[in-house]
Design a protein around this ligand. Structure first.
Ligand code: GDP
Length: 440
């Protein structure tokens, strides 16, 4: 995410490296680079200019403590201002009303339907809600099918009526249905067009007026940069939405949309989409995003994600097994599942400070574990439980069964044995202390 921008900021701050203090000259030079970085990231010109002017004022007005270097101070100021520019505090969706009604808007292809599913899944699993998804795209039958597929995937009911051609009536009927069937949140997915047009705007404003949602969200593809900002502006003028959803932040996004939308429409970004899977949804935290843009990683999000998916009971059991040298391929598989639950690997690694750049060009995807998993799945329960019985002929059979080479199987078994040894060593506190001492 935003790798290019991160690199350029890094370069801008290098100007101040080795400089003893902040002066008009060196700040101006750094900020020229910062502004260029922002413009290259497709940040709107006025936003970039106002931003750098503000930083200049703050930087020159602040006393440099002897403990911090000018470069560090400027990074800090840029981080604070960047967070402010993107909205300051995190803002959640408004779920008042029973059912709470959420209206989704945006152009076709922005990721509206996918996000409707992600949001329903989020509200169901994280907030204990019982959502109802509503298909209001009366032009594309495929869009209705798509919402049904999404609904099935996450176990959320979908309301649709293929014979009704008035989205206002469909959404009103859906709300009635929700009331009588105990749904406490209704998410209305509307029709989008490839470009802004009058009929679409009229239609969605009519739906909004009729159902009076507690939250109207505008979904936009972050990859579209300045266009995203312009589309947001047009939708906001007609719809006066409450919040923005930025999708496809997992792609090679330049960052302009994330940085400028708030200052242009004065509405907060509430969620981000970071992949095609239903779990790839995150709340938008301006400060954390600023940290990521500046290459400071996003340790807080990483830790939170880990905590959400961490099963303490399981961990305790595992620890015992390791200590008793009973860690098996089944446990190994279980560990892989746990890691996978935390989300896209590259995304996760990008949250570690300094790792963003390192993983930028690596081809890590969710399939990274696939080979390993299929080898383990090709083992019999007995083999998974006791890897020592894996002789030559068993290994050959496993290779055939999983489509891997014998070499791959041997490599995995060897890795597993080493991991096991290491884990056992570390589970013993005395050994651990010794190891630390050896490492100095
Ligand atoms: P809609 O026309 O606005 O309803 O858009 P869709 O939900 O059909 O999404 C359009 C395409 O973008 C689909 O192929 C989705 O899988 C993909 N998509 C949606 N959200 C994301 C995201 O956050 N990241 C990525 N990489 N793809 C996404």
């Amino acid at each position: 995410m935003f790798d290019n921008l991160t690199d350029k900021f890094d370069r801008a701050f290098k100007v101040l490296k080795g400089q003893g203090q902040i002066t008009e000259v060196n700040v101006a030079e750094t900020l020229k680079e910062v502004r260029r970085a922002l413009l290259d990231a497709d940040v709107n010109f006025k936003t970039a200019k106002d931003f750098t002017n503000q930083i200049k004022e703050k930087a020159l007005g602040r006393d440099v403590l002897t403990a911090v270097k000018p470069g560090q101070l400027l990074v800090k100021i840029v981080q604070e201002e960047l967070a402010e520019l993107m909205g300051g505090e995190q803002e959640d969706v408004d779920l008042k009303g029973n059912p709470a009604i959420i209206l989704m808007s945006g152009l076709q292809g922005s990721g509206k339907t996918t996000f409707s599913g992600k949001l329903a899944n989020y509200l169901k699993t994280k907030k204990g809600k019982k959502p109802l998804l509503v298909a209001c795209d009366i032009y594309r039958p495929a869009a209705i099918d798509q919402l049904h597929v999404v609904g099935d995937q996450i176990g959320v009911e979908v309301f649709s009526n293929r014979d009704e051609k008035d989205p206002v009536k469909i959404s009103q009927a859906a709300i009635q249905y929700a009331r009588s069937n105990g749904h406490n949140v209704v998410i209305v997915d509307t029709a989008g067009r490839l470009a802004i047009d009058e009929q679409m705007m009229n239609e969605i404003t009519a739906v909004k007026r009729a159902i009076n949602p507690s939250e109207t969200l505008f979904v936009v593809d972050a990859m579209t940069g300045q266009d995203a900002v312009n589309t947001a502006k047009a939708f906001n003028e007609r719809l006066n939405f409450d919040g923005v959803v930025l999708t496809k932040l997992d792609g090679d996004t330049r960052g302009g949309a994330a940085i400028s939308i708030k200052s242009v429409v004065n509405k907060p970004i509430k969620f981000i989409g970071t992949g095609e899977k239903m779990e790839a949804i995150d709340l938008f935290y301006p400060k954390r995003m600023a940290d990521r843009i500046l290459g400071m990683g996003d340790v807080v999000s990483l830790v939170e994600r880990a905590q959400e998916n961490y099963d303490e009971e399981k961990a305790r059991k595992l620890h015992k097994k390791i200590a008793k040298n009973e860690f098996s391929f089944d446990d190994f598989l279980d560990q892989i599942q746990q890691i996978k639950k935390m989300g896209n690997m590259k995304d996760l690694m990008g949250m570690i400070p300094g790792m963003g750049k390192a993983v930028k060009n690596l081809d890590i995807d969710d399939d990274a574990f696939k080979g390993i998993e299929s080898i383990i799945y090709s083992m019999t329960p007995e083999e998974r439980n006791d890897h020592k019985i894996l002789n030559g002929s068993r290994r050959k059979r496993i290779a055939n069964g999983s489509g891997a080479s014998l070499q791959d199987v041997n490599k995995l078994v060897k890795q597993f044995e080493e991991t096991r040894k290491m884990m056992q060593l570390m589970s013993n506190k005395k050994n651990m202390a010794n190891m630390m001492r050896q490492m100095g």
